[in-house]
Design a protein around this ligand. Structure first.
Ligand SMILES: Nc1nc(=O)c2c([nH]1)NC[C@@H]1CN(c3ccc(C(=O)N[C@@H](CCC(=O)O)C(=O)O)cc3)C=[N+]21
Length: 288
């Protein structure tokens, strides 16, 4: 009776809506454009970028990928961002994180025009999110995709206790803000937490984004809890797995996301959704 939250199926449904919106725009001669900047050839990063590019193509989004050598200078990267900022055919700009050591990732994110910031990493957009200011504005794709997954359960969330484990700028912090904006009671736990397991055990909604393989075991989860696993870890056999011990936890949980097939596909579907959002918002502003 545990619900397995099927990220692939939810992503298919979201992508179908996005594809329809792209078709509507096409009737008016508009094609959403996504620019992806990747530095180096880390195999995992290259796979994500290739998947994003492929999905964009399937939905009718024009996607351009620019790959730089790991020796690229900060100046060259900023020049590429400036070029896409000024390019009227580009609606969304994504700089694949993390950048190699020696490059200032924050400075590159900050250089992206806030209205083209498809990842929602620019301080203007995170500031709006944390202030629960009226939209529209882009939000980090992984936590936004998780909110879509939570909504798919059709359970009232206001007043529930959420625990987010991890406080990265990409996942933990924006996740906490989204849950708080949805009126949950939010705790953010991290590596300095005293008695982490006592905290996770109180969660009605538990989001785990630590990169620690199978950190969360059955005894750490409240019976019936909604468990969201953001981990993308490799087990001893090199198989992709999560921060949650799925086999042990799923009998305890009320609903749980698998890895793979959970949060990952929804992250990409949300990226596509937000590329089209940015395109439509720009249209509405009459800013070509
Ligand atoms: N600026 C930026 N924005 C990002 O959104 C961003 C990033 N940098 N850097 C890296 C992370 C990671 N990420 C993933 C997206 C999809 C899957 C995904 O689709 N995973 C599949 C499995 C893929 C596989 O088998 O390897 C799944 O979970 O089923 C995973 C990871 C986006 N990220």
């Amino acid at each position: 009776m545990t619900t397995i939250i099927d990220g692939r199926q939810l992503a298919r449904e979201l992508n179908a809506k996005t594809q329809q919106r792209v078709a509507q725009l096409a009737q008016r001669g508009i094609t959403p454009g996504l620019a992806v900047i990747i530095v180096g050839t880390d195999p995992a990063s290259s796979i994500y970028v290739r998947n994003k590019h492929k999905k964009a193509g399937q939905l009718g989004i024009r996607s351009v990928v620019r790959t730089f050598s790991p020796t690229v200078s900060q100046t060259e990267l900023l020049a590429a961002v400036a070029e896409y900022n000024a390019d009227p055919t580009i609606d969304g700009i994504l700089v694949q994180s993390p950048l190699p050591a020696g490059l200032d990732e924050r400075a590159v994110f900050d250089a992206i025009a806030p209205e083209k910031d498809v990842d929602g990493f620019h301080p203007l957009n995170t500031g709006k999110l944390f202030g629960n200011l009226p939209g529209p504005y882009p939000v980090s794709c992984t936590p936004q995709g998780i909110m879509t997954m939570l909504k798919s359960l059709h359970q009232p969330l206001a007043g529930k206790r959420a625990v987010v484990v991890g406080r990265s700028n990409i996942v933990g912090r924006p996740m906490a803000a989204l849950l708080l904006n949805a009126n949950l009671v939010v705790t953010v736990a991290h590596r300095y937490a005293q008695d982490l397991r006592a905290l996770t055990k109180t969660a009605d909604v538990l989001v785990v984004a630590t990169g620690i393989t199978h950190l969360i075991k059955a005894a750490d989860v409240k019976p019936g809890a909604i468990v969201i696993d953001v981990g993308m870890d490799r087990d001893a056999q090199g198989k992709l797995t999560g921060d949650v011990d799925f086999d042990a936890v799923s009998p305890v949980a009320g609903a749980i996301t698998p890895v793979p097939g959970g949060v990952g596909p929804m992250t990409i579907a949300t990226l596509m959704q937000q590329t089209v959002d940015l395109c439509e918002w720009r249209e509405q502003r009459g800013n070509n």
